[in-house]
Ligand binder design. Structure first.
Ligand SMILES: [Ca+2]
Length: 336
């Protein structure tokens, strides 16, 4: 298990070193073309693994083969410029440093694999994610993302920022495999509605792995309304949160580093389905986590020593029964 951790750490730190970057290689096909069709579609020929690739001429590049490489790869990188990148099934791209979409650019991933990334930027424009896999150490998120399929995987942490927008189909999953430093899920966004992060209501954050790691900080961002259904609507609520470990200890600590929601008082984390598996630890750290359904394993640890707690929201059906039961009691009392 240590081997896995070491390898992933090396992958994260390799990109921190300052390698000798190659040329900035601009996509220059006007309308649309395939990555490998014509070398002159690129200003410096077919990209090599030390090239800084840019699509910002308004054109569309479609990746059409396996084995594509770049040092970093940005769509719409420079101010006001745009471009489009399409990733289809059966292809793969390995990027060793940064990858992402900026300004008014767009990336559409229908399948295939993009991996090796140190930092993934959703920094403007639109990333439409419909299939395949997208794997990065860090995910830096201040632009618009739509998830309708595929596997979005962070091997370190996710950082949601002001301007982050998400639409997602129900059942979407964001996996986080590790937290080498303190942050695991940071969130400085303030819009939990349709123009912001309402899509979180359809996303399960799957935090797991098979090895010990430092405790990861998990931002609470919702208004603390108590254990009520209303807390699950927008309010930065997640469709699911799984904290799991097959062999080691996986721990999260609730933190409130950003003021995400209006109103004074502590913020809270709402989750429709919460699964804390054996080996999982949640430190509530003064904050509340509310969930509707799920499982807290007997060998999971809920540490409320710093205050706060984990509370189950009564099911609407249960509430109705309680209300009906209460009415029944009232009727009986009146009859006496
Ligand atoms: Ca907060």
């Amino acid at each position: 298990m240590r081997k896995t951790m070491t390898v992933l750490c090396v992958l994260c730190t390799v990109a921190l070193a300052a390698p000798a970057w190659g040329a900035t290689n601009y996509w220059q096909a006007g309308a649309a073309g395939n990555w490998t069709d014509v070398p002159s579609y690129w200003s410096d020929g077919l990209p090599t693994s030390d090239d800084l690739c840019r699509i910002e001429n308004g054109g569309t590049c479609t990746i059409n083969s396996a084995g594509a490489v770049a040092a970093d790869f940005y769509v719409g990188n420079s101010g006001g410029k745009t471009g489009n990148f399409v990733i289809n099934a059966g292809t793969d791209l390995t990027v060793s440093n940064g990858f992402g979409v900026w300004n008014s650019g767009s990336i559409t991933q229908n399948g295939g694999s993009v991996s090796g990334i140190y930092r993934l930027y959703f920094s403007g424009g639109q990333y439409t994610f419909a299939g395949g896999s997208l794997t990065s150490c860090i995910v830096d998120w201040s632009g618009a993302v739509d998830i309708s399929g595929g596997s979005l995987i962070s091997t370190d942490y996710i950082r949601l920022k002001s301007g982050a927008k998400l639409t997602a189909d129900a059942g979407s999953v964001i996996s986080i495999a590790g937290s080498w430093g303190a942050p695991l899920w940071s969130n400085a966004a303030t819009d939990a509605g349709a123009t912001g992060l309402a899509g979180l209501n359809n996303v399960t954050v799957d935090y797991g792995g098979g090895y010990d790691r430092p405790v990861g900080n998990f931002e609470v961002a919702g208004t603390d309304m108590g254990a009520v259904m209303a807390g699950l609507t927008e309010n930065f609520a997640l469709e699911g949160l799984n904290v799991a470990s097959s062999t080691g200890t996986v721990a999260i600590k609730l933190v409130d580093a950003s003021d995400n929601s209006a109103g004074a008082g502590n913020e809270a984390l709402y989750v429709e389905t919460l699964n804390l598996y054996a080996g999982a630890t949640v430190e509530t750290n003064g904050f509340n986590l509310y969930y509707l359904n799920g499982t807290i394993d007997a060998n999971a640890t809920v540490d409320t020593s710093g205050g706060g707690g984990i509370y189950q929201i009564p099911e609407p059906a249960t509430m109705s029964l309680l209300v009906l039961g209460g009415i029944g009691v009232l009727i009986r009392r009146k009859r006496r």
